[in-house]
Design a protein around this ligand. Structure first.
Ligand SMILES: Cc1cc2nc3c(=O)[nH]c(=O)nc-3n(C[C@H](O)[C@H](O)[C@H](O)COP(=O)(O)O)c2cc1C
Length: 262
């Protein structure tokens, strides 16, 4: 009888331990699944490099929560031209590119080039092209990259740090040489003029640019980074340095960096 009770107790203990182990494993599995679900898609920069393709970085997923209110950002925004030697992070670059032209409502229709964006565009024609001249961005090789909104990626087009050359082409505006990175805007006018004719070329493309560039100003301010819209440069020189296709028109350079006096 005593032996039988002992065997019974041992078996119950074992069953209890197995049950507990299953419960613990299930809890761990479920919490891992939940945390995966609640995390943004890409926390880190992912570099894709294979022999046939250009070096590409999948940028960290942008955040839609910030520390500063829109009103404070508007009140503080300034053109800032004096930067420190510090690097900026891939996350900061990602956030600025997303603010400039990131996709907020994906659309399959090829007419929308991936979907509707943070910035409005005349007839959703999206004539702007954004390049990044990365000089001192942690985790990103120096060079010139084209921003691809679909997939929130940057694809390398030149594998050299061209800050000095771009600075020279932009009337030696020193901020370009010092900035950790510069956004470079060009426009493919035909995307808008095919639909709107001269109204597109005389008004809409530059209106689109203003919307997008203002987002860069505001996002930079919200991240405690400095930027300045630069429209004064020699078009042909800038086109040569950045090697942009003939049909693209250079419009703005926006250096981005940590600024002095923060
Ligand atoms: C179309 C445009 C072109 C500009 N080009 C330059 C430029 O080439 N160099 C520069 O230092 N600032 C440039 N700026 C920045 C203005 O000088 C700046 O916005 C103005 O002085 C007001 O200062 P704030 O932006 O701090 O309010 C430009 C601004 C705009 C809107």
């Amino acid at each position: 009888m005593i032996i039988f009770t002992h065997v019974k107790t041992t078996m119950m203990n074992r069953l209890f331990r197995i049950g507990s182990a299953i419960a613990v494993i299930t809890t761990l599995f479920m919490s891992a699944a939940c945390s995966l679900k609640s995390k943004p898609k890409n926390q880190n920069t992912i570099m894709i490099k294979n022999e046939s393709e250009a070096l590409t970085y999948e940028l960290p997923s942008p955040s839609t929560k910030g520390e500063i209110s829109l009103e404070e950002t508007l009140a503080n925004r300034r053109s800032r031209r004096t930067y420190t030697e510090e690097s900026i992070t891939a996350r900061e670059l990602s956030q600025i590119l997303w603010a400039a032209y990131g996709i907020t409502k994906p659309a399959d229709n090829p007419r929308f080039m991936g979907g509707l964006r943070t910035a409005p565009s005349s007839g959703a024609t999206y004539p702007l092209n954004i390049y990044v001249l990365a000089g001192n961005v942690s985790g990103i090789d120096p060079g010139v990259y084209r921003y691809v909104a679909e997939g929130h990626r940057i694809v390398r087009v030149i594998d050299r740090d061209l800050r000095d050359d771009l600075c020279t082409a932009a009337m030696n505006q020193e901020m370009i040489r010092k900035a950790a990175a510069s956004l470079f805007y060009s426009a493919t006018y035909s995307r808008t003029t095919e639909r709107y004719g001269t109204r597109g070329s005389e008004r809409y493309v530059c209106m689109d640019l203003g919307h997008s560039a203002q987002h860069v100003y505001l996002e930079a301010e919200a991240l405690h980074l400095g930027t300045c819209a630069i429209g004064a440069f020699t078009d042909s020189e800038v086109k040569r340095v950045m090697q942009i296709p003939e049909e693209e028109t250079p419009l703005y350079i926006m250096p981005v960096g940590k600024y002095t006096g923060r």
